[in-house]
Design a protein around this ligand. Structure first.
Ligand code: ADP
Ligand code: MG
Length: 253
């Protein structure tokens, strides 16, 4: 037992005989913000999926607070406290921001979405509770003013915040984020960085996958660098930045 919140041990995953992730070891302490960086195709999203449960590893293990989760389906990992913010926004464009969070929040209560949709009298109270809880989640990411807007009309920065609000509503023990800053303008990136920094301050354990090195270097406690599916460096932002292997992986020399 290491006391790690997340432990990835010897994890490998191949597609058609080509390793996307190869013998990756990663140990994240409770409350740590760990960044995983690497060039395109390094295996970052595959590693994310091995932890989140969208993929099972061919070899190796993933443990959450000491319990094996690598054979569990994604929804079961979610129930154990693995929150995910995917690289491509998975929001319901036809619903409002608030409804988007409510759809997520229903999963955490015994009242199904269908029961809510049928508006059975007994569910009115539950519906109200879910609504107020969803509103709290929007507030955590600064979206209270956007609650009744159609999700499709939100600027990209707010759409990312909405994904985060939904993930946070599940009260994760571990939050996985796949390139949350991609496509954002400088001001939106700064807002996202401030939000992640405040979540870190609240003690949430996070694994932040990023292509943009500058974005993570200011935020992360520890940085793991992937290249061609393997870990080529791991340590504090300062040591990793100075590592010649990292420099050459990024510059292709
Ligand atoms: P990153 O997120 O770092 O850009 P990925 O994990 O998406 O990298 O991809 C790593 C490698 O695995 C790439 O070469 C990619 O083409 C391959 N790969 C990823 N997912 C699949 C898949 N579902 N089928 C086949 N190849 C895949
Ligand atoms: Mg990716």
């Amino acid at each position: 037992m290491t006391g790690a919140a997340l432990e990835v041990s010897g994890a490998s995953r191949a597609f058609g005989g080509v390793f996307a992730v190869r013998d990756v070891h990663l140990s994240v302490a409770p409350g740590e913000l760990r960044a995983v960086i690497g060039p395109n195709g390094a295996g970052k999203s595959t590693l994310f999926a091995l932890i989140g449960g969208q993929l099972a590893p061919d070899a190796g293990s993933v443990t959450l607070d000491g319990a094996r989760i690598d054979r569990l389906a994604a929804h079961r990992r979610a129930r154990l406290g693995v929150g995910v913010v995917f690289q491509a926004a998975r929001i319901f464009h036809g619903l409002t921001a608030l409804e988007n969070v409510m759809v997520g929040a229903h999963g955490t209560t015994r009242a199904g979405f269908l029961a809510g949709a049928l508006r059975l009298p007994a569910h009115y109270r539950t519906e109200r509770l879910i609504r107020s809880r969803a509103m709290q989640c929007l507030r955590r990411t600064g979206l209270e003013g956007w609650a009744d807007r159609p999700a499709a009309s939100l600027p990209l920065g707010q759409q990312r915040a909405l994904q985060l609000a939904r993930a946070l509503c599940g009260e994760p023990r571990l939050l996985l984020l796949d390139e949350p800053a991609s496509g954002l303008r400088a001001g939106e990136r700064a807002q996202l960085a401030a939000l992640l920094s405040s979540l870190r301050g609240s003690g949430l354990t996070m694994l932040l996958i990023e292509h943009d090195v500058a974005f993570v270097m200011r935020l992360a406690d520890q940085v793991t660098v992937l290249d061609l599916g393997r870990v080529i460096a791991s340590g504090t932002p300062g040591t990793v930045r100075a590592d010649p292997h990292v420099v050459s992986a990024y510059l292709g020399t």
